[in-house]
Design a protein around this ligand. Structure first.
Ligand SMILES: Nc1ncnc2c1ncn2[C@@H]1O[C@H](COP(=O)(O)OP(=O)(O)O)[C@@H](O)[C@H]1O
Ligand SMILES: Nc1ccn([C@H]2C[C@H](O)[C@@H](COP(=O)(O)OP(=O)(O)O)O2)c(=O)n1
Length: 226
């Protein structure tokens, strides 16, 4: 069967990661979490004392960290300079700084190139999730999905996840989410946006299973017509 490239974009908490992993596993495809790569470079900047409020300081060093992504949807990995970064990239500090770091054009150029290399190496195809995959990273993707959900649903999903880890408050989660969406949508270089030819799926009132089924059906339809 021919390889297939699936781009899944959308704001935080719309279900990109859970949907992408499940679709890739079901269809035997690779999986790439591009947000994890931006989180990894942000974590490296913070641990190396780079001033993340200074775009030129970020641009000067952004080629240094070696970022590696494992693309098995059943066990995705992310490492920086050979060190497993899957835990540290999810802290609140990284989450609050990642939009600023990922807005720097040199960071985007570097990470975009990495993403294209990984996608072209995936023999059977790949599901790539992020913010600008359908618009910029892989504009020729076979299937493009743009997931949305109400801010209330997204905040409830996120704070459900964080419970027990870091003190959470639904209103604070909602505010932080809206702020990050605005930064990601408002940046100059490759902002969060729906590609003109992407299928928009509002997941507010859908179960995860329904979203997965919907995306699998779209991919199978595309494969059948290829
Ligand atoms: N349709 C859905 N209904 C309810 N919960 C969902 C749905 N999709 C995802 N979730 C849950 O919401 C949380 C955030 O989902 P995730 O896939 O990480 O979103 P994203 O990658 O877009 O930030 C996870 O805990 C996930 O299990
Ligand atoms: N393709 C991408 C993916 C993520 N980013 C940036 C912007 C996002 O706020 C951060 C973190 O993305 P991530 O998907 O991990 O965020 P959530 O899981 O939705 O909380 O990275 C990006 O600029 N471009």
């Amino acid at each position: 069967m021919e390889s297939v490239i699936v781009a899944i974009d959308g704001p935080s908490g719309t279900g990109k990661s859970s949907t992408s992993k499940a679709v890739a596993a079901e269809l035997g495809l690779s999986y790439l979490d591009t947000g994890a790569q931006y989180r990894a470079i942000t974590w490296w900047m913070l641990t190396n004392g780079i001033d993340v409020d200074d775009p030129s300081a970020i641009a000067t060093v952004c080629d240094k960290p070696v970022i590696e992504s494992g693309t098995d949807p059943l066990a995705p990995t992310i490492s920086v300079d050979g060190v497993d970064a899957s835990g540290p990239i999810r802290t609140r500090e990284v989450t609050s700084r990642v939009s600023a770091v990922s807005a720097v054009p040199e960071v985007r150029a570097r990470i975009t190139e990495l993403q294209r290399t990984i996608a072209s190496a995936a023999e059977k195809g790949i599901v790539v999730e992020g913010r600008d995959i359908g618009t910029t990273v892989l504009p020729a993707a076979d299937v493009k999905i743009f997931l949305t959900a109400s801010p209330e649903a997204r905040a409830a999903r996120r704070s459900g996840e964080l419970k027990g880890k870091e003190a959470t408050d639904l209103a604070a989660t909602r505010e932080a989410l809206i702020k990050r969406d605005a930064a990601d949508s408002g940046r100059k270089t490759s902002p969060l946006a729906k590609a003109d030819d992407a299928v928009e799926v509002d997941t507010t009132d859908l179960t995860l299973k329904q979203v997965i089924e919907c995306v699998v059906a779209l991919v199978e339809e595309k494969r059948a017509s290829k």
